[in-house]
Design a binder for this molecule. Structure first.
Ligand code: PBG
Length: 331
């Protein structure tokens, strides 16, 4: 029997045909747009390390959030830069802290927009680590000194104060062991059982966070994050991290970064039945932008391909600095 001609190409013959058989479509409903809030007044300052991203102040952030909502994006993720940092990151749970003020402004103005808040101490501590530092021997290099359970107690305070300000979802990104349990308990004890937890469950110690650390002024002053964030070489451990977070009370789990970890997203989707979020991080965003700015890649096409790949791998939710750009394409 002769092999049918054009067997595979028949279904690629026209745009309509390709649309008809397309398995993965980006829809706006899946996107989360990250935003940076800095303490101060009337701010909208461009962030040098991140194209088209800005530092807003609590009094200007609602305007931006309104614009995001009007594009049809269902959720934003907030990061805060406090006026002053200290050893413990105490501005992170202050009632008049930068995130608490911003959340109140946004929820007052646009109640239907989902507000997710990042729960971590690294933007608030003067040493830039995601937790508090315990005393250690003279020759200690700085690694291994982040106090796990002491940090979890503070993270629970941060999460509760964000929920009190009106956050719909809290998103711990610190990678301490057991923090989801501490947060879930604090929320429940205080009547916030409706607040969801999106945990950065499989968060790797990645070089792709560079532009963000500049934007959030959160680079560690000594050592690095490898004693709490995951080793990029591991996949089984990611499944263990995710299982633990679900057991402790996470509603949505996240894999971060996305692009170099598509296998982890895929595997998580096969193994677990809770929604999987993927964080298309600052380094992935700027890598593409830098190439496009140098005429090496077509920005829009590369952006769609990158985001489609993340969804095809299994992500139900995509957190990306491209969310506004993709909304303009899809809308
Ligand atoms: C804070 C945090 C980081 C990112 C999100 N939350 C930086 C880090 O862990 O150093 C990175 C986001 C990005 O690169 O876009 N812990």
């Amino acid at each position: 029997m002769s092999f049918p001609k054009n067997r595979m190409r028949r279904l690629r013959s026209s745009d309509s045909m390709r649309r008809l058989v397309r398995q993965t479509n980006l829809v706006l409903d899946d996107f989360v747009y990250p935003l940076f809030v800095r303490d101060g007044k009337s701010l909208k300052e461009p962030i040098k390390s991140m194209k088209d991203c800005f530092h807003f102040s609590p009094d200007t952030i609602a305007d931006e959030a309104e614009q995001v909502a009007s594009l049809g994006i269902p959720a934003i993720l907030l990061f805060g830069l406090p006026e002053k940092k200290d050893e413990k990151g105490s501005q992170a749970w202050a009632e008049d802290g930068v995130i608490q003020k911003a959340v109140r402004e946004i929820k007052n103005r646009i109640p239907e927009l989902l507000v997710i808040t990042d729960i971590c101490l690294c933007e608030y501590t003067d040493h830039g680590h995601c937790g508090i530092i315990k005393a250690c021997p003279e020759n200690c290099q700085g690694n291994g000194r982040v106090d796990n359970d002491g940090t979890c107690e503070l993270l629970a305070k941060v999460a509760l104060s964000h929920a009190q300000a009106g956050a719909d979802i809290v998103a711990p990104s610190d990678m301490m062991d057991g923090r989801v349990k501490y947060i879930r308990e604090a929320l429940e004890e205080n009547g916030f059982e409706e607040t969801a937890i999106m945990s950065y469950a499989a968060k790797y110690a990645s070089a792709f966070y560079g532009p963000f650390r500049d934007a959030a002024e959160s680079a560690p002053a000594f050592g690095d994050r490898r004693t709490y964030q995951m080793d990029p070489a591991n996949s089984d451990q990611a499944m263990a991290e995710i299982a633990l977070d679900i057991e402790e009370g996470a509603d949505i789990i996240m894999v971060k970064p996305a692009l170099a970890y598509l296998d982890i997203i895929y595997r998580a989707k096969q193994c677990f039945d809770c929604p999987i979020a993927a964080y298309n991080v600052s380094g992935e965003y700027m890598m593409l932008n830098a190439a496009a700015d140098n005429g090496l890649l077509e920005r829009e096409a590369a952006m769609s391909e990158m985001l489609t790949a993340i969804k095809r791998a299994g992500a139900d939710i995509i957190i990306t600095y491209f969310a506004k750009a993709i909304a303009k394409n899809l809308g």
